[in-house]
Ligand binder design. Sequence first.
Ligand SMILES: [Zn+2]
Length: 219
Amino acid sequence: MADILKPVKFSPDVAALIKKKQSDKSFTYHCWSDEDLKPLRIEVRNFYRDMQKGRCAYCRKDISLRSASNCHVEHIAPKSLHEKFIFTPENLCVICADCDEIKRAQETMCAIPDTVVARKTRRVRYPCTTNAFYIVHPHFDKYDDHILMVGKFYVDMTDKGGFTIRVCDLNKRLRKFGWEMPPSSDEDLAEVMGDFLATSDPAIRRRKIRKLREMLIFE
Ligand SMILES: [Zn+2]
């Protein structure tokens, strides 16, 4: 199942704001951060922060639950390359400050990789299939099918996984600090297994099983 089960539905005020911008010929993607678009950014941020359960769409690390500084609105098809999808709900999600900065740096240098698979004809409507994207798309893709998280590190399981790891530089910690995977003791394993058995909450059980898998990889 994808992380995002349904796209944001804009409030009437924000929908009117978007309509106004879409009819403004001077509007470009550079205007995204303008002050008058703040209500839109807040609405998108709040919606996807909850929908993504407080996790970055690309690295799955925690994002800020209150502040905007570590919870950035992301355009999955880059707004600099696909301006017509700048307000498309399926093209929006939230990401952490690191992923945002790394992708933004590439955008500033005009070297941002296109996440959308090229076609001979221009895309008129937003593509809603997984095959149309190089990147792991939080609306359409199941993250675990493409990327295996092993502790703090990321292993690509598909081309999409590899693309996402590279574009967001997800293994930067490995290069900077080296391999940091302490061996798991029997007590550690027993504790996680105990946590799993002690709850019937499916989300917690899934997290505990994932943790156990990571620990057992190194046995
Ligand atoms: Zn991230």
